[in-house]
Design a binder for this molecule. Structure first.
Ligand code: BES
Ligand code: ZN
Length: 468
């Protein structure tokens, strides 16, 4: 779809996107066949294959540089198109690693054999985040093949391999490749739109801190007849501790937890209130029967502007078929917090560890291991590039663009914003019910198509905006 404001030179580029629409989906499918599960030691080779696959695509699209960036963990992919030093440089970030597929029996088609049904592509990583990375790659392809051989701005694509497991080696990449990654603007496509057909710029992300908690009471599991009632039970202790982490109003009880939480300005509260949020639909997307959380806040406020402390996993004692009469030796939990400005993962981690240890009952030892953290982000929306992005997004989708926040985390965003001082645009093309991290993840193929056009408009308009 073009309109009166479209510069004539873009017509051929946009027409190419229309013409190649189906083939672009085939190309994405080929990449999504690579099972790049970063958390799985068995998939180390696939992580490399995925990075190399992408680098080969960059090369085929005439990148001036296309290379695998090594880390002590999984490799990242990097591609650069140098057009003219006088033009702005845009750094695009995404990730090529994906989440595990279990419970696999709940998939309607195999996760690594992407399948089109009803205008959607189903498969692991199709929207989080390979499809969104390909939106940029295909926009570049359209400029290269139908727009005079070069994109309209200098472009750098950095596609990480450890986003889904906490971006452990990201700081190292940013430090080692500071010069190579220097840019005027940063664009990340790894978020969802507010609803069907609603172009949405994400202007806030929550941060995260993640812990492994282990309770130990005995050397070995022991007979629950001979010992039960006379010795501590770590599973019971863990349940008691967890039950004390929230009060009856849904607040986290850890002392100091809220000390740095910024109050939500009234203007933003009203802005959130004005979004067409359908709570019933939100609940239906998970099958939940009720909305719960901190008292005094609406659901969107809770998800976007308030911190949490969640149990992500619990285990202790006999989990096999039938019964086994033991007092377990240990119990463990995976806990994590979503963090909001100005909470800091390390500081929160100290508070959590101290509190959990204080709650340990007699005879039970509590060990807390910090697994990873990432800080929250709030975008500088007064920067002119946000107006440019709104316009580009709306031109492609034919609707006004809204500002939203997300409850999820992308550690790169705050890290790059702090290191460079450059504005970071979160232009995402997912859908809220896309089943990210769950069985039957899907990509809306209309969003994929219009996403490519949005990015074409965005690059073109950033060229006109100039360097930052
Ligand atoms: N694409 C998501 C981030 C996201 C989540 C955006 C929800 C919008 C809504 C990203 O790939 C992700 O899942 N990140 C992890 C980061 C964590 C492991 C550090 C997350 O949020 O759990
Ligand atoms: Zn993602």
């Amino acid at each position: 779809m073009t309109d009166a404001r479209t510069a004539p030179h873009l017509d051929a580029v946009l027409a190419f996107v229309d013409r190649e629409r189906a083939r672009f989906v085939d190309d994405l499918t080929a990449w999504c066949r690579v099972p790049s599960i970063s958390s799985s030691p068995a998939h180390v080779g696939e992580m490399r294959r995925s990075a190399e696959f992408l680098v080969a695509q960059f090369r085929a699209l005439g990148a001036d540089e296309a290379t695998v960036i090594e880390t002590p963990g999984h490799p990242a992919a990097f591609g650069e198109w140098r057009v003219d030093p006088a033009l702005p440089t845009v750094l695009v970030y995404g990730h090529h690693d994906v989440q595990p597929v279990d419970p696999i029996e709940q998939w309607s088609s195999p996760p690594f054999e992407p399948t089109v049904r009803d205008g959607r592509l189903y498969g692991r990583g199709v929207v989080d985040d390979k499809g969104q990375v390909y939106i940029h790659a295909k926009a570049i392809e359209a400029f290269v093949k139908a727009g005079g051989g070069k994109p309209p701005v200098n472009l750098k694509l950095i596609v990480e391999g450890e986003e889904e497991i906490g971006s452990e080696h990201l700081d190292g990449i940013l430090r080692e490749h500071e010069e190579r990654l220097r840019a005027d603007y940063v664009v990340v496509s790894d978020t969802a739109m507010f609803g069907r057909g609603i172009p949405s710029l994400c202007v806030g992300l929550r941060g995260i801190a993640y812990w492994d908690v282990k309770l130990t009471a005995h050397k070995l599991d022991c007979h629950s007849g001979s010992f039960g009632g006379g010795v501590p039970n770590p599973a019971t202790a863990l349940a008691e501790i967890i039950a004390k982490l929230h009060d009856e109003r849904g607040h986290v009880t850890i002392p100091g937890f809220y000390d740095r939480v910024r109050a939500l300005p009234e203007s933003e509260r009203r802005e959130i209130e004005s979004l067409p949020f359908d709570e019933k639909e939100f609940l239906a997307s998970t099958g939940a029967r009720a909305a719960v959380g901190e008292q005094g806040f609406t659901t969107l406020e809770r998800l976007w502007t308030r911190p949490t402390l969640e149990v992500n996993g619990l285990s202790s004692g006999w989990q096999g078929p039938g019964s086994k009469t033991i007092v377990p030796a240990t119990a463990s939990a995976k806990l994590s917090s979503r963090l909001v400005p100005d909470q800091d993962p390390e500081e929160i981690s100290r508070l959590v560890e101290t509190h959990l240890k204080r709650l340990a009952p007699k005879g039970v030892e509590v060990e807390v291991t910090f697994l990873h953290g990432g800080r929250p982000y709030l975008a500088p929306t007064e920067h002119p590039v946000f107006d440019v992005a709104k316009r580009a997004f709306s031109r492609a989708f034919g609707r006004p663009t809204v500002f939203i926040r997300e409850g999820g985390s992308i550690p790169f965003v705050r890290t790059i914003a702090d290191r460079t001082g450059k504005p970071c645009l979160l232009m995402g093309f997912g859908q809220p019910d896309e089943n990210a991290h769950a069985p039957n993840e899907w990509l809306d193929l209309e969003n994929f198509h219009l996403g490519i056009k949005s990015v074409i408009y965005l690059y073109d308009e950033i060229r006109a905006l100039g360097r930052s």
